[in-house]
Design a protein around this ligand. Structure first.
Ligand code: SAH
Length: 356
């Protein structure tokens, strides 16, 4: 392997940081051997903190109504061919019941930005889940809201919040979103969430339209500085009924490479091997786990709505029952020598600090 790349990888492994130009070089000069080497280092770091455990999050896609019009997203409001649905509180609770029996201890409620879910309705749902399943963590992923709204949801019992920053470069942000959305407000949301005591996940799409390596370096620097508890990255995949239908998808190779870099930048971060990664390659999630990922997020949504939550084309697992998804993932995780654990799977940073 190129000595310079090995030097940069070793430096990243030892110091958990690199400067801008070094990160750029690590990305632009990447080779198969470099990827293999980084992945070995990332795996070592991951196993030193989380062992061979893989955490499960049950994803409940509870509404595909959305008031936003993000150019890349299949459930954007302008997509008239998207058949809209909402799950009732009862249906959401039914998903949790199934999930709990299957060993899930985290429920992720994800949806479009649907004004029907006012603070009152959302808080009631969170409270009910926390009452019935006090041993479980509730994660919300419902987009941008006011600080007051995030505060109420936190008081109602929400533990975590996933809000990908999408891109940390305001100019790039403006190329993939309509003008009513801003990078600035998204960042404001992330800061508010952290201050309110949520475990927070940010992240971005790999290979999103107009993304440059320089943009990715900016994302990595933002992640390093913001110190999220979780980072969700997956390849961009075009959706046929969006303005980006003809844009190329992100690659498996770059996504996996970035998973390793992120693991080395933030050793104790929670890092999911995402559904999008499993969509562009049949063993994408397994390769993600081998490159430093330690979380999987199987779908717990009722089978009849899954095909309607199409953020991108060809999304996997849209025909399976929750139990099938759980078993299928268990096999996949075991095939790479890891094991799924029945646990909330909290971030390990703080406990490590206490025992250190
Ligand atoms: N409304 C919520 C949830 C969005 S969907 C929110 O704003 O956070 C979750 C994530 O899916 C998005 O943050 C985006 O990064 C990703 N996504 C959307 N469209 C995609 C596409 N075409 N390809 C890959 N990922 C996509």
């Amino acid at each position: 392997m190129n000595n310079r790349i090995k030097y940069l990888a070793d430096k990243l492994y030892e110091r958990h940081t690199l400067d801008r130009s070094e990160l750029y070089e690590l990305l632009s000069e990447r080779t198969e051997e470099a990827a293999e080497y980084l992945s070995r280092l990332a795996r070592e770091v991951r196993e030193s903190i989380y062992g061979r455990d893989v955490y499960l999050r049950g994803l409940i896609e509870f509404t595909n109504y959305c008031k936003n019009d993000c150019y890349y997203c299949g459930i954007r409001r302008s997509n008239r061919s998207c058949e809209r649905y909402r799950l009732s509180e009862e249906q959401i609770l039914e998903c949790c019941k199934t999930g709990h029996e299957l060993g899930f201890r985290t429920f992720v409620l994800q949806g479009g930005e649907d004004p029907y879910y006012t603070d009152e309705r959302m808080c009631a749902i969170v409270r009910e889940i926390k009452t019935r399943y006090p041993d479980c963590a509730v994660t919300l992923s419902v987009g941008e809201r006011s600080r007051e709204s995030y505060a109420k949801l936190r008081e109602a019992g929400a533990d975590r919040y996933l809000l990908r920053h999408e891109t940390a470069d305001p100019e790039h942000y403006a190329k993939i979103h309509p003008s009513e959305l801003s990078c600035e407000n998204r960042m404001r949301c992330l800061r508010d969430l952290k201050e309110l005591g949520y475990q927070v996940g940010c992240g971005f799409m790999v290979g999103s339209p107009y993304q440059t390596l320089d943009n990715i370096v900016t994302d990595l620097e933002f992640i390093k500085e913001f110190k999220p508890h979780m980072v969700g990255i997956g390849p961009f995949i075009p959706h046929h009924a969006t303005p980006f239908s003809d844009m190329p998808a992100g690659t498996l190779e770059l996504t996996v490479y970035l998973l390793s870099i992120i693991r080395l930048l933030l050793p104790d971060v929670l890092l999911p091997a995402t559904t999008a990664l499993g969509t562009i390659h049949p063993r994408g999630r397994e390769l993600g786990l081998l490159a430093g990922a330690n979380v999987v997020m199987p779908n717990l949504s009722p089978t009849d709505v899954r095909k309607k939550y199409m953020l991108y084309d060809n999304k996997i697992c849209t025909g399976d029952e929750a139990a099938e998804c759980r078993r299928c993932l268990e096999r996949r995780v075991e095939s790479v020598g890891y094991r799924i654990v029945v646990s909330r799977g909290d971030w390990r940073g703080e406990t490590r600090n206490i025992t250190a």
